[in-house]
Design a protein. Structure first.
Length: 610
């Protein structure tokens, strides 16, 4: 669930439910999606949260896709574990693990936007943990936190049974002291969990732990504030954690330090990493900021590294977009002048003049499909050109995938042209001209593998407005795709909707009596327009899903300017020919509303300098 869907849903529904109910609703939903065929691919497509290669880390020969993990307090019942690895997380903590389910467990409560947790917070029985870990295909490291109150014999049993399924254990200082008194062999390393206060008080004890062969490092938990029998993270948790990490790293620079909590923004995470933290576990800040926090942290970390942008070849991709743009202009010229060409007249068996004599609305109707197709092609050309000039040129892999996915969809659309037995030779020639240009465009894009970075650090108002703008454009892209599918389906099946026939004042049977080749020509225009819409909708959708970052001015310019030709042609042609039935134009008006809301909401976020 990316931030653009999480925050609207959180505001409308989740905040009205109890913390546990909303948590389980979200986790079970994403786990269900991840468990069905193609579900993981859908999550990756919508969020594009996979950690970049540059963020990969190693710990004791264990590979971590990212140093950003998730604390067990976010999912104590392990209901979302199946999907978390698709959300950009590099590791997971589970627990606190107990031998049997406790009789008394207190659910978290929400008060003044703080999630309050009880000392009797939900814990994970050993059987449930093993069941989950064996039934799920988890490909990221797992830390198992053993509950602080388990007895010695229970502790040994938990370690023994979980060792095959987890990579590391997290235990308390007291448990580790007890462990050190006996020679217990274990192939997994133990991390000692310490509070910020314990870090300052027990420097000598940290040194003692650090020298033990089974100790992998320490976990520093954020300071908390107690309220009755509940607690929540301190407002200055990040600052306290930074001081604690610096304190221990100055004395023991090679000790592995994991922090837990104190992170609500990319700035918080980067400050902890700068202080010396090796790994970070997100806690309640993940709930406040949303699942996209991991992706934003990765992009901020890459920005900090200040890697030079390697410019990539982009000319052929630019020429491809330019060709689409010119093709749209040519189609627009014909739609405003001759409407049908000589080979159209030969196939139909009637001249333009005779069609006008029979029913002048026939040519008007045909021109409206051809104008709409031309406007859509011009919009597509602008989007392709911008992707080439900015995304592909700057080496962005997401831009390359967007460009070529939409282009392939557009090429496949030619098969819809012949759905009714009519092949437009001009379209076919245009397709053949584009094919070699696209081949070289595809070839030059093979080296485009870059990952975006961003300097955006805060969860400010412009970011939140940007999420709503992003949501509007995503709905716009989905809606255009659906509209294209519907129009293409109509084009290769019934050809007309009821409002079309009312405008023409003729039935399909009457049109067939005029010429049995007339409907195939109309169908070919309609199917071609539909396939073009699918391609443009894909461009808008993927640009909106993957391109939104603070200061990406070209994204706002591309979406704003790129959509105008299609909207102007789509609405203008209907008024030009007098086909203004409200129900027929309602989908276009809806798209325009989404477009206007999108550009308004996203303007402060995208147009602000990064």
């Amino acid at each position: 669930m990316p931030d653009w869907s999480y925050h609207p849903l959180k505001k409308l529904l989740l905040d009205r439910l109890s913390p546990k109910t909303s948590r389980e609703f979200i986790h079970k939903c994403i786990s269900t999606i991840a468990s069905i065929s193609g579900g993981r691919s859908l999550i990756r497509f919508l969020g594009n949260m996979n950690p970049p290669q540059e963020c990969q880390k190693y710990l004791e020969q264990t590979s971590f896709p990212s140093p950003i993990g998730l604390s067990s307090i976010i999912d104590p019942s392990l209901s979302g574990t199946n999907a978390f690895q698709e959300l950009g997380l590099g590791f997971l903590e589970i627990g606190p693990i107990v031998l049997d389910k406790p009789r008394k467990q207190m659910e978290p409560v929400l008060e003044n936007e703080h999630i309050l947790l009880s000392n009797n917070f939900e814990k994970v029985p050993l059987k449930l943990a093993i069941k989950k870990l064996t039934s799920l295909d988890i490909c990221i490291p797992i830390f198992a936190r053993i509950d602080a109150q388990v007895k010695r014999n229970e502790w040994d049993l938990i370690v023994q049974h979980l060792t095959p399924f987890v990579d590391f254990f997290i235990v308390t200082k007291e448990q580790m002291n007890s462990f050190l008194q006996k020679d217990i062999s274990c192939s997994r390393s133990f991390f000692i969990s310490l509070t910020v206060d314990e870090m300052h008080e027990d420097t000598l004890e940290i040194e003692k732990f650090h020298k033990q062969i089974n100790v992998g490092g320490i976990v520093v938990t954020a300071p908390c504030r107690m309220k009755d029998s509940y607690w929540h993270e301190d407002a200055d948790a990040n600052k306290s954690l930074r001081r604690a990490v610096k304190h221990v790293k100055e004395r023991y620079p090679d000790i592995v330090v994991i922090t837990s909590g104190g992170v609500e923004t990319p700035e918080d995470a980067c400050s902890l990493m700068d202080s010396g933290a090796d790994f970070i576990m997100l806690t309640n800040g993940y709930v406040k900021a949303g699942p996209g926090l991991t992706k934003r942290i990765h992009e901020r970390l890459l920005f900090t590294e200040n890697q030079p942008v390697l410019k990539q070849q982009w000319i052929w991709s630019f020429l491809f977009g330019l060709s689409i743009l010119f093709g749209g202009l040519i189609a627009l010229y014909f739609a405003f002048t001759s409407i049908i060409l000589s080979y159209d007249e030969s196939f139909i068996g009637l001249t333009k003049a005779k069609l006008v004599q029979i029913n002048p609305l026939i040519l008007s109707f045909m021109s409206h499909d051809r104008m709409a197709l031309a406007g859509t092609m011009i919009s597509a050309g602008i989007l392709y050109i911008q992707l080439a000039r900015h995304g592909i040129k700057d080496g962005m892999k997401w831009a390359k995938i967007t460009f070529h996915s939409a282009a392939i969809i557009g090429f496949l659309g030619i098969f819809l042209f012949i759905g009714f037995g009519y092949f437009d030779w001009l379209h076919g020639l245009f397709w053949l001209v584009l094919l070699p240009i696209y081949y070289f465009s595809f070839k030059e894009g093979t080296k485009v593998t870059g990952t975006p970075s961003s300097s955006h650090e805060k969860n400010d108002r412009t970011w939140m407005l940007g999420l709503y703008g992003q949501l509007m454009f995503i709905i716009l892209g989905f809606s255009i795709i659906i509209g294209g599918i519907v129009i293409s389906t109509i084009g290769i099946s019934n050809v007309f909707v009821s409002t079309d026939l009312r405008f023409l004042c003729m039935s399909p049977q009457m049109l067939d009596r005029v010429s049995d080749h007339l409907i195939p020509v109309i169908a070919h225009d309609r199917a071609g327009f539909g396939s073009s819409l699918i391609s443009v909708g894909s461009l808008v959708l993927m640009l909106s899903l993957w391109g939104f970052r603070k200061g990406e001015r070209w994204i706002w310019n591309t979406l704003t300017l790129g959509a105008l030709p299609a909207f102007i042609a789509g609405i203008g042609t209907h008024f030009y020919i007098g086909y203004t039935t409200p129900i027929h134009l309602f989908p276009v008006y809806f798209l325009v509303l989404l477009y206007m809301l999108g550009i308004v909401f996203s303007y402060p976020f995208l147009k602000t300098k990064n």
